[in-house]
Ligand binder design. Structure first.
Ligand code: GLC
Length: 419
């Protein structure tokens, strides 16, 4: 697995999807083109283009509190925040000289992106900026119109060559603003790439631009052909990508605030995703959706607090770890750090927990994270094995099934004597 610096073992990050249209309680961007990312037809939120964009003029999120969100992110165990500075609908959540269609020209005026970046940095979090390559509002893109409906994938209206080159200037200007005006940026999260080819985007040049302005920043795979890591969305790949990766996941079925979407995942399921992801070498980027007034919905705060409490008490097994060595055979996620192996008990074990392919002669202690209680275990050694040489002999360990502690997922820690 090719690692990518701090990112490869970050474990957990927070995604924030927000737009002026959150005032209308509809998904970010997609309602404008009359599509939904969810198969539920009632989730389409179809509105006219004009209706979608009408709430830009009234955007005044008085309850937005960037420091609280950043604190919540940190206390829930997140190592980084990724924020939608501009989504496909084209509204910039930052001050930009490239367009009037931004937060600066709303009753709120203040630069929300700056507020969040400063708050995140104050909490010691890494900064990721989401930026949509496509812009359904920009005249040179060209802007999406009612007459373009229905939105059909792979059938996009193209502008003239001159308009396209002006559009690319706009993208470069905005990226330059984002990457020079806000201090160090750790990650650029591109999106909306599918409407054009890598050549049309001049993807390699954009990568160059990022590298020249923020040499340490990494870039996701949605800048075609240029990414440092992969971004599977909404499902766990059964075969993990061969390089750094991150699963982006919604708590319910929507990225933006949609009050009618109450299909929230349980805290246990979220913990399960996190365990599965980190045990396969990825990070979980879990999304929250501020409402139109800037507050975070209670249900999302509560979910973050619950998963956060679990991460905090099981941090050693989740943050800064690697997948268990390939030799380890365990029916569930397993991670490793230094001389320890962590086994996630997704399902309640019967009698004993069995793990194979571990250095049985070096087992020092087996315990349950959280309570720290030692667990009885034994190695079913054959007489023959006793005579096999070497302390690195890999074999089978049987651990007495622990009583559940009440944690979202219980985790067993096995400590080994150093080789
Ligand atoms: C998608 C969507 C979008 C969401 C995102 C997150 O491609 O278009 O609304 O921002 O990816 O992964």
């Amino acid at each position: 697995m090719v690692e990518s610096g701090w990112f490869s073992r970050a474990g957990f990050g927070l995604f924030v999807h927000w737009d002026h249209a959150s005032q209308q309680g509809i998904e970010v961007s997609w309602p404008l083109v009359g599509r939904s990312l969810v198969s539920d037809p009632s989730a389409r939120d179809i509105v006219s283009v004009a209706q979608y964009q009408s709430s830009a003029t009234t955007f005044d999120p008085r309850h937005w509190d960037a420091p609280s969100l950043a604190t919540l992110a940190r206390t829930s165990g997140a190592q980084y925040i990724v924020f939608t500075t501009r989504h496909h609908a084209g509204f910039s959540m930052f001050h930009t000289r490239a367009s009037d269609f931004s937060i600066e020209h709303t009753p709120y005026r203040a630069d929300i992106t700056r507020q969040l970046i400063e708050a995140a940095r104050a909490e010691g979090l890494r900064i990721g900026l989401y930026y949509s390559l496509s812009d359904w509002h920009h005249p040179d893109y060209p802007a999406f119109q009612e007459s373009d409906k229905p939105y059909v994938f792979e059938h996009y209206r193209r502008p003239s060559t001159e308009a396209w080159s002006r559009y690319l200037d706009y993208v470069r200007t905005q990226l330059t603003e984002l990457l020079t005006g806000y201090g160090p940026v750790d990650l650029v999260w591109f999106d909306g790439q599918w409407e054009r080819t890598a050549e049309e985007w001049r993807a390699a040049e954009l990568r160059q631009l990022v590298a020249s302005l923020q040499p340490d920043a990494i870039v996701n795979d949605r800048l075609p052909g240029q990414g440092d890591y992969d971004t599977p969305e909404q499902f766990l790949p059964t075969k993990p990508p061969g390089r750094a990766w991150e699963l982006c996941l919604t708590m319910n079925d929507s990225w933006g605030w949609r009050p009618q979407d109450t299909n929230y995942k349980s805290p246990h399921l979220l913990a399960r995703y996190l365990a599965d992801v980190v045990s396969r070498g990825g990070n979980l980027l879990l999304n929250v959706s501020p409402t139109g007034d800037g507050s975070l919905p209670d249900v999302q705060v509560s979910l973050l607090e619950q998963i956060g409490a679990w991460i905090t008490s099981h941090r050693d097994a989740i943050i800064g770890v690697r997948p268990a060595p390939a030799a380890v055979d365990f029916h569930g996620p397993a991670t490793t750090r230094d001389d320890r192996l962590y086994l996630f008990l997704l399902d309640r074990p019967q009698e004993s927990v069995v793990v194979r392919g571990v250095p049985i002669r070096r087992v020092r202690r087996v315990s349950l994270i959280g309570t720290g209680r030692e667990l009885r275990h034994h190695v079913p050694l054959a007489a023959l094995d006793e005579h096999l040489l070497g302390t690195d002999l890999l074999g089978e360990l049987l651990i007495d099934a622990p009583e559940p502690t009440g944690a979202l997922v219980d985790v067993i820690a096995i400590e080994f004597e150093s080789a």
